[in-house]
Design a protein. Structure first.
Length: 328
């Protein structure tokens, strides 16, 4: 059985594959082009790919022997799942393992932009710090403020729980309110998106990318926010209209923003990197040794299961199981 990996994953994942299959990976320090990827998967049984790899109909058709596309990520909007299902190709992801880690990063971004940590670091390193002053680098309090969570899935709930330690009021917007049994239901308040944006001091985005969430936060939504409010995005870049964000930051429509993901990643919208009231990090939400190792193991375990004739633990297109049952 042959497996191809579009970019080298942590050794923990590669060790899982050893002795179970024959695998190769892209050894270059760059993503493969569509043409390069297609040339490497014509005769492979399994593909492990990154979120940045576009696995569309054309690529899937080249992989005539493909049985599984194992995504090294929780999200899978980079894969044409519907077409994969038509071809009988299983699609898997790595959910759950990065919930707390990504929430940690989102919280770090929130604190950084509120207290101007990155600005302060640059200020000191450049030799401008000449001593304590009453109004030097004034930021915004976090404790006691209102946190608006857009998308109360696993990561959104983890952010809400962190807010409890800072005595914050939590507002949330999701497709549906929390179940009464959820521990957050007694102190997290369900509101519509417009209300959340207008009342929150911090807005954090935790929604998947799909047709309904593309540019969910656009210029009209940014105008609803307080001029003292901050926006944090660790979900997907295109959820936020980046050009509208730049305009809002320049004009003081909102106080600041912190981003881990970008609309046209890795490119930034013009003017974004020049702003001092935005914190920018390079898509590192799950970037800890422990989490990335476990993601690599999960991606490998999904592949091993399928190549062994078993159901993978993190199957996305579960309709394939119904098709299998119907045939039996």
């Amino acid at each position: 059985m042959k497996v191809y990996i579009t970019y080298k994953i942590p050794e923990a994942g590669l060790k899982r594959l050893e002795g179970k299959c024959c695998f190769n990976f892209n050894e270059q320090d760059k993503l493969l082009s569509k043409k390069e990827l297609s040339a490497r998967i014509a005769d492979v049984d399994a593909l492990i790919c990154l979120l940045e790899d576009r696995i569309d109909r054309d690529v899937l058709d080249v992989g005539e022997k493909l049985r599984i596309v194992s995504n090294f990520a929780v999200g899978y909007n980079n894969i044409d799942v519907d077409y994969a299902s038509q071809r009988g190709i299983m699609v898997t992801n790595t959910p759950g393992v990065l919930t707390e880690t990504t929430a940690d990063l989102a919280w770090a971004l929130l604190m950084s932009v509120a207290r101007r940590v990155v600005e302060g670091d640059s200020f000191v390193r450049s030799g401008k710090f000449s001593g304590w002053r009453p109004e030097l680098m004034l930021g915004s309090d976090v404790h006691g403020k209102a946190l608006g969570v857009v998308g109360l899935g696993r990561i959104g709930q983890a952010m809400a729980l962190r807010a409890a330690g800072f005595n914050m009021k939590v507002l949330y917007y999701s497709p549906s309110p929390l179940d009464r049994e959820n521990e957050l239901s007694e102190w997290a308040t369900y509101v519509d998106l417009e209300t959340l944006l207008s009342r929150s001091d911090f807005v954090t985005l935790h929604v998947p990318l799909n047709d309904s969430t593309y540019h969910l936060i656009d210029e009209s939504k940014l105008l609803l926010m307080k001029p003292t409010a901050f926006l944090i995005n660790t979900s997907r870049g295109p959820v936020l209209d980046e050009r509208a964000l730049v305009k809002s930051l320049k004009e003081g429509i909102i106080a600041g923003a912190a981003l881990d993901v970008y609309e046209n990643e890795p490119a930034l919208s013009p003017g974004l990197s020049e702003l001092s009231n935005v914190v920018l990090v390079p898509h590192v939400g799950s970037a800890t040794h422990q989490t990335r190792n476990r993601m690599a193991e999960m991606a490998a375990e999904n592949v091993i299961a399928v190549l062994s004739g078993e159901i993978p633990p993190n199957l996305v297109n579960k309709e394939l199981l119904q098709q299998r049952s119907a045939r039996l």
